[in-house]
Design a binder for this molecule. Structure first.
Ligand code: SF4
Ligand code: SF4
Length: 455
C-alpha cells in the first residue's frame, strides 16, 4: 500500500456505498441539472420539434422533471409503503406511484467469470436482446414518461453490437437518463467513440482491485485471459477521448467491491482513477453465491466474538467499512426497489428487483419469448456439462429455481407494475414478514437491513 492518500472512510448506515473523505462525494443530481442543456434528450426535443428555447422554459421543465425523479427515488418507496392499504383507491395510488427506472437486459451474456458474480452459481443464458423487443419496451417507457433506464442486468451490455443504436434511440424517445454498467473489456477506441456519440448520460465501470494481481484474480476472462492493463487502458483512453472531445456527458463512475484482497487497495484504486473519472466509489461486498472472503482474520475474530457474546445467529448479516468498523443487522426494512424499478430480461421476462439474479421470482412477461427462457438456460447447462470452451469457469452454476410462475400472458409494463403478485410482495414487505418470500429472506441488498455498529 502506498499509504499516501488513505484517510478513514465514511459509510452511511444501511448503505452499501462507501466514500473517501478525500474523494469529495460526487453529486449526480446537481451535475445533471447544471448541465441539462447538454442532455441529448433535451437537444433532441428541440431538434425534433424545430424549437428554439430562447427563454429556457423547456430547459427548466427538463431540469424539474429530473430533480423530481431523483427526489422520488428515495421518497416514493417511503410514501408508498406508508399509504399502502390505506383508504386510497388503486387508481389514485398508482396515478403518482410509477416506476422510476426500468432495467433492460440488452445482453445476458458476459465475457468474464468473476468469482463473486451470481453468474458462476446460477445459469444465465448467453443471449442478447433483439432490436424489435428493445424498441417496443422503449416506446412504452417513453409514452408513460418513465424518467430513467439502465441497459444491463445480468451481463455485459457492450457485447450487444446494437447497444450504441439502442442508446441513441432511447435518447431520441426522450428518456431523461440512460446508463450502463460495463466491465470495459470491449471498450476499444472505436467502441469508445460510438459510446461517446450515442448520447449516453452515465457510464459505470466495474473494476475490482487496485493492483494487477487482485484485479486479474477477481475478473478472469471466460473465453480468453482478461488483463488489468488492457481494461485499465480502455477506461483511461475512453476518459481521455471524452476530454479531448470536450464532452460533458457521459458522467463516469467507477466502483470496486471490497473483498479480503481489495480491502487493502483502496488507495491504489483512487490513485489509478483520480483525475480521470467523475465519481470513484468503493462498495461493500454483497454475497452472490460465491462465498468469497470479504473479511480479514482479525475482523472475523471480532465478529465471531460479538456473535458469541450476544448469542446471535452465526449467519447474522454483517458488513465492514474500510476504516474497519463492523456492523451487524438488527432487523429488516421494506425494500425500496419494489417502488422504484422493474427488471426486464433479454427475452421479455420481468423481475421485481436487481437482486433476484436468476429472475426466479418472475412477476410477468412483456414478450412471449420470455415464456421459454428455460430452454436457453438448458443449452448453457449442456455446454457446462460438456466442459466446452468458455464454460469451465461456470462449473458450479445451477439451474435457477422457479419461485413464482405467473400466468404465461403478455402484459405491458404498467399492468405488471400494478399486478396482484407485486401487490402481494409489497404487502409482505410492509408487514416486515420477508421470510415468507424465499427470494427476499436472505437477500444481500444491504439497504433492506437496519445496521448496528459492534465497536
Ligand atoms: S463482469 Fe459483471 S456480469 Fe460479468 S461475470 Fe463479472 S460481475 Fe458478473
Ligand atoms: S429484498 Fe432483495 S430480493 Fe427482495 S425485493 Fe428487495 S432486493 Fe429484491
Amino acid at each position: 500500500m502506498s499509504g499516501t492518500i488513505y484517510t478513514p472512510q465514511e459509510i452511511s448506515k444501511g448503505s452499501a456505498h462507501v466514500t473517501s473523505k478525500l474523494n469529495k462525494k460526487f453529486d449526480r443530481t446537481d451535475f445533471m441539472i447544471k448541465n441539462m442543456k447538454y442532455n441529448s434528450a433535451y437537444k433532441n426535443h428541440l431538434l425534433q420539434n424545430k424549437l428554439e428555447d430562447g427563454d429556457f422554459l423547456i430547459l427548466k421543465d427538463f431540469k424539474e422533471r429530473y430533480s423530481e425523479y431523483r427526489k422520488k427515488w428515495k421518497s416514493q418507496p417511503v410514501e408508498a409503503f406508508k399509504n399502502l392499504g390505506k383508504n386510497i383507491t388503486e387508481k389514485s395510488f398508482f396515478e403518482t406511484v410509477k416506476p422510476l427506472c426500468i432495467d433492460i437486459e440488452t445482453a445476458a451474456i458476459c465475457d468474464l467469470a468473476c468469482p463473486h458474480c451470481y453468474r458462476e452459481y446460477l445459469i444465465t443464458p448467453d443471449k442478447i436482446m433483439n432490436e424489435k423487443l428493445f424498441k417496443k419496451i422503449i416506446d412504452e417507457i417513453s409514452a408513460i414518461k418513465i424518467p430513467s433506464i439502465k441497459l444491463n442486468w445480468r451481463g455485459e451490455p457492450l457485447l450487444n453490437p446494437k447497444i450504441y443504436d439502442f442508446i441513441s434511440y432511447s435518447k431520441k424517445m426522450g428518456i431523461l437518463e440512460v446508463s450502463i454498467n460495463t466491465n470495459a473489456t470491449q471498450l476499444n477506441l472505436s467502441n469508445s467513440s460510438k459510446l461517446l456519440d450515442s448520447g449516453i448520460d452515465l457510464v459505470i465501470f466495474s473494476f475490482d482491485g487496485g493492483t494487477n494481481s487482485t484485479y486479474e484474480k477477481m475478473r478472469p476472462g471466460r473465453f480468453k485471459k482478461n488483463t488489468f492493463e488492457n481494461v485499465y487502458q480502455n477506461i483511461k483512453k475512453f476518459c481521455e477521448l471524452k476530454k479531448k472531445r470536450k464532452q460533458i456527458f457521459p458522467i463516469t463512475k467507477i466502483q470496486m467491491v471490497l473483498t479480503e484482497n481489495s480491502r487493502d487497495e483502496v488507495d491504489e484504486f483512487y490513485e489509478l482513477f483520480g483525475g480521470l473519472i467523475n465519481d470513484i466509489t468503493v462498495t461493500q461486498y454483497q454475497e452472490r453465491g460465491g462465498k468469497i472472503d470479504d473479511l480479514k482474520k482479525n475482523q472475523k475474530d471480532r465478529l465471531n466474538k460479538y456473535i458469541y457474546k450476544n448469542n446471535l445467529d452465526q449467519n447474522v448479516p454483517y458488513m465492514v467499512s474500510p476504516d474497519d468498523k463492523i456492523f451487524v443487522s438488527t432487523s429488516r426494512i421494506p425494500c425500496e426497489q419494489l417502488f422504484q424499478r422493474l427488471m426486464i430480461t433479454y427475452s421479455g421476462k420481468v423481475g421485481m428487483c436487481c437482486h433476484d439474479w436468476g429472475a426466479k421470482h418472475t412477476v410477468g412477461y412483456i414478450d412471449e419469448k420470455g415464456f421459454d427462457e428455460i430452454e436457453d438456460i438448458k443449452k448453457v447447462k449442456k455446454n457446462i456439462v460438456n466442459k466446452n470452451k468458455g464454460f469451465t469457469l461456470l462449473k458450479d452454476a445451477k439451474l435457477p429455481e422457479e419461485l413464482n410462475k405467473p400466468e404465461k400472458k403478455v402484459q405491458n409494463i404498467i399492468d405488471i407494475w400494478k399486478n396482484e403478485e407485486l401487490k402481494k410482495v409489497r404487502q409482505i414487505h410492509k408487514e416486515k414478514k420477508v421470510s415468507q418470500l424465499k427470494v427476499c429472506e436472505n437477500c444481500t441488498f444491504k439497504e433492506t437491513y437496519n445496521w448496528k455498529s459492534i465497536d
